[in-house]
Design a protein around this ligand. Structure first.
Ligand code: ATP
Ligand code: MG
Ligand code: MG
Ligand code: MG
Length: 433
């Protein structure tokens, strides 16, 4: 008897009988023949249903099938050079598992973004979303592989936290039993800093939460971050690690999901240019470049999205901007011994104007320096007792960074807006579905 085969493997079954299980996303038919467009989670293929094979009554039923009917099809695999998978299926038997009573709301027509977001649970079935989610999966797989191949240990950091890890301005607060106020994690960094003093090289990969109150193309409320932290790593080691990771991710997607990138019409040559050592400029140089171009920016201001786009447009590789003013950055960053007004940090900007994908720094490792920075930023040292302990026992220089998963997916897939890079986006105005 025939075996169940996924569409991606059909080319290995030429002229053989197989079983296909999937959904009909579209069809067209004439008097004697119907062309059913089937997807099965692994690809898209055309199934040919003929009246002479299926019998008149059943053929008429097939001709009336609504889109998104789920089917089990038995048939023969035939070579077809016009098909992206190189084959089509000649149906011999079709079992209708479920047929909708109403027309499927998503058609091949153009839909507005609000309608699509409202129907995200169905929109995920569309071709473009299928390819994006496969690329996202590969990016996450590559990240895990990179760290595990380089002797890092996975540390799952908590979601509830009493210690604010970034700015107090965009936290989600909640009451935690008798303890009182806690926050949803904006980052797992502080916990990775603790873990690196046990395990040397550590990483995490999980959801983070920021109440971003302005609407942009690059900010989600709930987003996934990969963070790494390494004991005894300084600024230069940190930059090399980020560079290696991003090269590894790009190489991995080009090797493993090239077809999906092509289906998304991504300009592959732009990704192929990403290799070797990335260009670097300092924040101070960046401000000069912008001022010379007529931007109204002063030394000390953080770089905004338009600045990032302008600066990175000159390069075909990611751009590393280092040594920002300490007041533009979080409290935990190590001052530069050459100039304590700037910190040993860097942001990595994706090419083609996709913006910041990584935020990184060497961390303050001397207790007295950290206490002074907490005070300057009006953070209570009571909330950071455990974090200060790390500087009391076996303190060492250490460094790390956070890579935004959705920003990386948007860049690699060539998407202008971040909302399609995560299965169920949470944005300023949307938590449904
Ligand atoms: P931005 O300047 O774009 O607001 P950030 O400097 O606040 O980002 P970091 O605290 O450095 O971000 O976080 C590390 C990474 O997490 C960023 O480089 C980015 O890739 C990602 N990231 C930060 N905030 C968001 C968000 N709201 N939605 C999606 N990704 C984000
Ligand atoms: Mg931010
Ligand atoms: Mg930033
Ligand atoms: Mg940052």
């Amino acid at each position: 008897s025939s075996s169940w085969v996924y569409i991606k493997d059909l080319k290995d079954y030429l002229d053989k009988k197989i079983i296909l299980k999937g959904w009909m996303w579209n069809k067209r038919s004439s008097g004697k023949i119907a062309f059913l467009q089937i997807r099965d989670g692994y690809g898209f293929v055309q199934v040919i249903a003929e009246k002479s094979v299926l019998g008149e009554d059943f053929f008429n039923e097939i001709k009336k099938l609504k889109n998104e009917s789920s089917l089990i099809i038995e048939g023969t695999v035939k070579k077809d050079d016009r098909s992206p998978v190189g084959v089509e299926i000649l149906a011999e038997k079709i079992e209708i598992i479920h047929e909708p009573n109403e027309d499927y709301p998503i058609s091949n027509k153009e839909h507005g973004i609000d309608f699509l977001m409202e129907n995200r649970h169905l929109w995920l079935r569309s071709r473009k979303q299928f390819h994006i989610l496969r690329v996202r999966n590969q990016i996450i797989k590559a990240i895990r592989e990179f760290y595990l191949e380089n002797d890092f240990t996975l540390i799952d950091t908590p979601i509830f936290t009493g210690s604010i890890g970034e700015s107090a301005g965009n936290t989600f607060e909640m009451e935690y039993f008798d303890y009182g106020k806690v926050y949803l994690a904006q980052t797992g960094q502080l916990y990775l800093e603790a873990a690196c003093q046990s395990l040397g090289k550590v990483f995490n990969l999980g959801p983070t939460f920021r109440a971003e109150k302005s609407k942009t193309r690059r900010h989600l409320i709930e987003f996934w971050m990969n963070e790494a932290e390494v004991a005894f790593y300084e600024h230069e080691d940190n930059i090399k690690l980020q560079n290696d990771l991003v090269n590894y991710i790009v190489k991995s997607v080009l090797e493993n999901v090239r077809d999906d990138l092509e289906a998304l019409e991504r300009d592959i040559s732009k990704l192929e240019a990403v290799n070797g050592e990335f260009p670097r400029i300092t924040y101070t140089e960046a401000v000069e470049v912008l001022q010379n171009q007529g931007y109204n920016i002063n030394w000390g201001d953080d770089l905004g999205a338009e600045h990032e786009t302008k600066l990175s447009s000159k390069y075909d590789k990611p751009l590393i901007i280092e040594k920002y003013p300490k007041h533009a950055k979080a409290f935990y960053m190590q001052p530069d011994p050459q100039n304590p007004e700037v910190v040993l940090c860097d942001d990595m900007l994706a090419p083609e104007g996709y913006g910041e994908i990584i935020g990184a720094s060497e961390r303050i490792w001397k207790e007295e320096v950290l206490l002074k920075r907490l005070e300057e930023e009006n953070l209570s040292k009571d909330d950071y007792q455990w974090y200060l302990d790390l500087r009391k026992f076996g303190s060492v220089p250490h460094s790390g960074f956070g890579l935004g998963i959705e920003r990386t997916v948007a860049w690699i897939c060539g998407l202008e807006h971040i909302r399609e890079t995560i299965p169920f986006p949470r944005t300023l105005y949307r938590v449904y579905p």
